[in-house]
Write a protein that binds this ligand. Structure first.
Ligand code: HGY
Ligand code: MN
Ligand code: MN
Length: 416
């Protein structure tokens, strides 16, 4: 980055790349880019090209993460890893994930154009699956890179019944080789992720950026309630085994349980009904449960309470309940020395330093297994995210890039 680029120039350049990525979508009227799809490969090709233009060697790893490396002054030096994810939720906003990847590349590009080499190498990663949109299990890309990939998830199927393994093969990856993506702690000095806040705090505080203190603990369940399908006109109300009515009671019970646990959140985001006909009493209902809390203990209490209430409702309604844990990540505190560095960089950019928790999950939670983690949040309009109206102003994207660049330039000096 030149000494003092026009704020909107760099921000506008970042936005243009965000828009280019947003155009790579399976959804004709919006953004949906899921793991192990042709859209993933097209986005990976574009990001690989940007990385190479920024002076990095770059390519896809064995699961499909895009990884670029900008050598340090000494070849083979430890790397600072920057990154975020390139996949999206359905009907997504365009900044969630890509902002971290595009900004990291912009920072390396500035080093490259200035002919600067740091004492450390810089690697940038665009993770192929953080959301878990297609197969339910999340953070697949970062787990593979951290050497934590659970091969059992390869049997999970998408809505069309296609397994993860098959989907990977269809886009040219060999699921048996995922282990080759694993990296090791001794390779990295730190992991830094710049991401939109996805919440209202920075906007309320009139701040363009903030420093993440810790990332909330999260669990995901997949629940199937099975009752008895029947004729809507002839099955008497007493004694019905209506799976959807049971699911509806569980949805409200999840909400009540989360409200009763300070700082926790509980969401049922997906619900499928079988057979889904107007005049048939639903025989089966399958739904997701997303439970989070700032610390592990309250999250575990909430999961236990939800499991109990599902069993109680199912028993009372004559339903059978299958409850599977599909994803779980412990709370991830950010490293104090990186929080200090981030705070100093924000202050040097002339802004008040605000530390805040992240209710949203991020690949940084998994990267904590490889290196100390730090996160920079960038303000997004009305705190909106996982919504097509998600937005970042050019000026805020510019501040985020300048803060990340300052951190990068100082990181080698920062001892843990
Ligand atoms: O669900 C989350 O917190 C993230 O957006 N994957
Ligand atoms: Mn997201
Ligand atoms: Mn995200």
């Amino acid at each position: 980055m030149s000494n003092d680029p026009s704020p909107l120039m760099l921000g506008a350049a970042i936005r243009q790349r965000i828009d280019q990525l947003a155009a790579i979508s399976a959804q004709p009227d919006g953004l949906t880019r899921m793991f192990a799809t042709p859209e993933q490969r097209r986005a990976a090709a574009l990001v690989t090209d940007w990385m190479r233009q920024a002076g990095m060697t770059a390519g896809e790893d064995a699961i499909g993460n895009v990884v670029g490396r900008y050598e340090g002054a000494r070849p083979g030096a430890k790397a600072v890893l920057l990154g975020s994810h390139l996949d999206s939720v359905r009907d997504a906003g365009r900044w969630d994930g890509p902002l971290g990847v595009v900004t990291a590349i912009a920072c390396v590009d500035a080093l490259h154009r200035a002919g600067r080499r740091l004492p450390v190498a810089v690697e940038v990663v665009g993770f192929c699956d953080e959301e878990g949109t297609r197969f339910g299990a999340a953070m697949l890309g970062s787990r593979a890179l951290a050497g934590q990939f659970d091969t059992a998830v390869l049997d999970r199927t998408d809505d069309a019944g296609v397994s993860m393994a098959q989907a990977m093969r269809e886009i040219g990856f060999d699921p048996a080789r995922i282990g080759a993506a694993a990296r090791h702690p001794e390779e990295f000095a730190a992991y830094l992720e710049l991401h939109i806040e996805q919440g209202p705090v920075l906007e309320r505080e009139h701040l363009p950026v903030g420093c993440v203190a810790a990332i909330a603990s999260q669990s995901r369940l997949s629940v199937t309630l099975t009752g008895l399908a029947g004729h809507a006109g002839t099955v008497p109300m007493p004694g019905r085994r209506d799976a959807l009515a049971g699911a509806a009671e569980v949805v409200l019970a999840v909400e009540a349980a989360a409200l009763a646990e300070a700082g926790a959140v509980g969401t049922v985001g997906r619900l499928e009904v079988h057979p889904g006909a107007i005049n048939v009493v639903p025989g089966r209902a399958t739904f997701s449960v997303d439970l989070r809390a700032p610390q592990d203990a309250p999250r575990a209490r909430l999961v236990g309470r939800v499991r109990e209430v599902i069993a109680e409702i199912a028993a009372r309604r004559g339903l059978t309940a299958e409850v599977a844990l599909t994803h779980e990540e412990p709370a991830a505190p950010c490293a104090p020395h990186l929080r200090r560095l981030i705070g100093e960089a924000i202050a040097q950019e002339g802004h008040r330093v605000l530390e805040l928790p992240s209710g949203a999950g991020h690949d940084a939670m998994v990267m904590a297994a490889l290196a100390p983690i730090g996160m920079v949040f960038v303000r997004c309009g009305a705190g909106l995210s996982h919504n097509p109206d998600e937005h970042v102003d050019d000026a805020d994207a510019e501040v985020g890039a300048r803060v990340l660049h300052r951190i990068l330039s100082r990181l080698p000096d920062a001892a843990p």
